[in-house]
Design a protein around this ligand. Structure first.
Ligand code: SF4
Ligand code: SF4
Length: 334
């Protein structure tokens, strides 16, 4: 099942004008002469750091030069807001400048899925990804409240499945409480980003309505007094990503810039935690996320763990164990 022994190439460059050269490291034959999805997150309303339309239009132009005909693609989300529905997300895409005339290709939002079984669970992969045999992924690398970091694995693991599957994945990461082990230290309540927990001496209050299923409390509890309702979000994330990309040709572009403490779905993300690094291209989601993390940690050691309290290397480990990709790579700098 694991891919521990395979080594893959990752191309790193600081200036975007090297993107075309970076693509020449890879066989583009499976991607050419047809319409394929360019999977990206078009940003939550009021978020400042999502990939901008002007940048995406440059990506699209380079792909077209290589005889690849992309269309921008994303799926609806589980939480309230414009991106919750197909029509709302289409509206938001326009607000953020993702229109045919500005980016040079169509924009498609999907909210219907087809179940794919991975281990013992079914993940509804959105139809356009399910039916595509080749995909380009544009992933903005930044912090994430529930997974430490969001990159290529998260772009598919959460972004490639229906909102029903997203909801189930989050619900599975809600805490089960084991009172006999709890000493009411309050560490979980302090760490909860959604104020779903209150701890007082001898008393614990938990609001299932406020709980987002991020799993942070389970991770930080020092006494194993909390466990997951189903499984670790980073594990199901790796499995869902596998459901989306297994047996497909996928090229990944990671934009490692505007590295905020929170993700592009957070309207309040405002704190940049690392200087801009650059761009990476590869054909393996585990390797490209590992390389992105390694480059970030070379400048800001352990920054996601320190700022968010979650170790993002877990999604790399789970991804490798599940056969999603390899963490062994050779970095080529342009
Ligand atoms: S962190 Fe664990 S031990 Fe501490 S109050 Fe929360 S559940 Fe109890
Ligand atoms: S899973 Fe997340 S939102 Fe829910 S109680 Fe734990 S820390 Fe809070």
């Amino acid at each position: 099942m694991g891919e521990e022994n395979r080594m893959t190439n990752i191309v790193f460059f600081k200036e975007f004008n090297h993107f075309s050269d970076a693509l020449s490291y890879f066989d583009l034959t499976p991607f050419t002469q047809k319409e394929i999805p360019l999977k990206l997150h078009m940003g939550e309303l009021k978020n400042k750091y999502y990939p901008k339309a002007e940048f995406v239009s440059q990506v699209v132009a380079v792909l077209k030069q290589k005889q690849i005909a992309p269309y921008l693609f994303d799926s609806t989300v589980a939480y309230p807001g414009l991106r919750h529905t197909k029509s709302g997300y289409e509206q938001l895409a326009k607000i953020h400048g993702f229109t045919q005339s500005k980016v040079g290709c169509n924009v498609v939002i999907d909210d219907q899925g087809i179940p794919v079984r991975v281990d013992s669970r079914a993940y509804e992969v959105v139809q356009h990804l399910y039916h595509a045999d080749a995909i380009i992924a544009l992933s903005h690398v930044k912090g994430h409240v529930a997974t430490g970091m969001g990159g290529a694995i998260k772009n598919f693991g959460m972004g490639g499945v229906t909102k029903e599957t997203k909801r189930r994945m989050h619900h599975g990461s809600r805490p089960i409480y084991h009172e006999e082990k709890c000493n009411y230290c309050g560490v979980c309540a302090k760490a909860c980003p959604f104020d779903a927990l209150t701890i007082k001496p001898g008393k614990r209050k938990y609001s299932i309505r406020a709980c987002f299923g991020c799993g942070v409390c389970v991770e930080v509890c020092p006494r194993e007094a909390l466990s997951y309702e189903d499984d670790d979000l980073q594990y199901v994330l790796a499995c869902a990503a596998y459901a989306c990309v297994h047996n497909k040709h996928v090229l990944y572009l990671n934009e490692v810039k505007r590295i905020a403490d929170s993700c592009d779905c957070d309207p309040t993300a405002k704190h940049l935690i690392c200087p801009d690094i650059g761009y990476l291209v590869g054909d393996d989601p585990v390797a490209i996320d590992k390389a992105s993390l390694d480059l970030i940690y070379a400048v800001k050691p352990d920054i996601f763990k320190k700022e968010i309290g979650i170790d993002p290397y877990k999604q790399i480990k789970y991804g490798e164990e599940r056969g999603l990709g390899t963490s062994s790579y050779t970095l080529h700098e342009l």
